[in-house]
Design a protein around this ligand. Sequence first.
Ligand SMILES: [Zn+2]
Length: 61
Amino acid sequence: MTTTKREVCHCEKCGNEAEMTITCQLIDVEVQPNVVKKKEKQTRVCTVCGNEADMIIDFDE
Ligand SMILES: [Zn+2]
């Protein structure tokens, strides 16, 4: 499942308050041996400079 949203946030590369396209995807991350947790992977693409940044955040069901 992938969702896309747009949000204005500060870009670390170009320093602008830029609109970013954020693609969210649920992934499985092995946090310990045999313990798999669902996390949300966000890929942010700056619409000004094209910088891509990945973020992995905890996902609570
Ligand atoms: Zn930027």
